[in-house]
Ligand binder design. Structure first.
Ligand code: IPM
Ligand code: MG
Length: 352
């Protein structure tokens, strides 16, 4: 298969981990006789430095022309500590999601057996295997009005959702539930928020189209508790943009390390694959960051293109690295050797 992949490495550890994912993809291409071509493009702080724009038109064009996008991370401390910065790397990420129509973000949370002892929740995490479908292009992240009033003494963010925005992401979640254990949990704050009540109403209206799916509802505060109290309760969670952002960082702890979790963003156009961790600026350039989430994002990319055997081969190689202890410092046991980002990437590529 010929696949044209846009590579958006971004900031911080992005370039190092994406390089490892490319090693894995190159190995897959050789082994299964595919032809993968890559086009690199700028996003985030590095794009601001080079062009003044965190998501330049050229990047958008490269993404639109690609069969899939592999993305690293964005963010730089120089913006985090400057709330008045006129342009921010995050604006690039949000604009990219919006303009590529990536309205559903799938974040699988599964425990790697070899890491069960590392999880601070080890008594409850065995058997954890759920996917969080996060609405990605609406809600309070994009609501208008947003900003300060003239005196600057009042700030406003607005949460809005249209029926169409809710319906399309609920359909993604219902269909995903059908392909899994057929249990869907809508997470909201319907006891307080009108947008949440609208989500509930629409979920109830769509439910008859998926009679085999067991549908339930949970308030977000309770969900935050249940995710660490009894994570095996969940199969598919669907929720609005900001709740999904927060709950998936929380859930990542279950897997043993935030450095393990990939994600897929899908919608009307090209799909995008990215690790859920951020740009981890403290580690940038040190060759110590865990590349597994980026490599597993590449596995999701392959599976999305229908290359399931190839995706499994990548996952098996990651599991092999875990079993043999070929891991970066976030996963290395006390007194065990800590491998570098590129050593882990080399090992995984060699075992595909
Ligand atoms: C994520 C990140 C982003 C988000 C930030 C960097 C804007 O936390 O992808 O989860 O909040 O969506
Ligand atoms: Mg986040």
């Amino acid at each position: 298969m010929n696949v044209n992949i846009a590579l958006l490495a971004g900031d911080g550890i992005g370039p190092e981990i994406i390089a490892q994912a490319v090693k894995a993809l190159d190995r897959v291409a050789r082994k299964y006789a595919h032809n993968f071509t890559y086009r690199e493009a700028l996003v985030g702080a590095c794009a601001i430095d080079a062009t003044g724009d965190p998501y330049p038109e050229e990047t958008h064009k490269i993404c639109r022309e690609a069969d899939a996008v592999l993305f690293g991370a964005i963010g730089d401390p120089k913006y985090d500590n400057d709330p008045k910065a006129p342009v921010r790397p995050e604006q690039g990420l949000l604009r990219m999601r919006k303009s590529l129509g990536l309205f559903a973000n799938l974040r699988p949370i599964a425990l790697f057996d070899t890491l069960a002892d590392r999880s601070p929740l080890k008594a409850v995490v065995r058997g954890t295997d759920f996917v969080c479908v996060r609405e990605l292009t609406g809600g309070i992240y994009f609501g208008r009005p947003q900003g300060r009033d003239e005196g600057g003494d009042r700030a406003v963010d607005t949460c809005t959702y249209s029926r169409q925005e809710i319906e399309r992401v609920l359909h993604v979640a219902f269909r995903l539930a059908m392909s899994r254990r057929r249990h869907l949990t809508v997470v909201d704050k319907a006891n307080v928020l009108e947008t949440s009540r609208f989500w509930r109403e629409i979920a109830q209206q769509l439910a008859p189209q998926y009679p085999e799916v067991e549908l339930d509802f949970m308030f977000v505060d309770n969900a935050a508790m249940q995710i660490i109290r009894q994570p095996t309760h969940f199969d598919v969670i669907v929720t609005e943009n900001m709740f999904g952002d927060i709950l998936t960082d929380e859930a990542s702890v279950i897997s043993g390390s935030l450095g393990m979790l990939p994600s897929a963003s899908v919608g009307s156009e090209v799909a995008l694959f990215e690790p859920i961790h951020g740009s981890y600026p403290q580690a940038a350039g040190k060759n110590i960051a865990n590349p597994m989430a980026a490599i597993l994002s590449a596995a999701m990319l392959l599976e999305h293109l229908g290359l399931t055997a190839e995706g499994s081969a990548v996952r098996d190689a990651v599991n092999r690295a875990l079993t043999e202890g070929i891991v970066t410092e976030d996963l290395a046991a006390q007194g065990e050797r800590r491998y570098s980002t590129s050593e882990v990437g080399d090992f995984i590529a060699a075992h595909i």
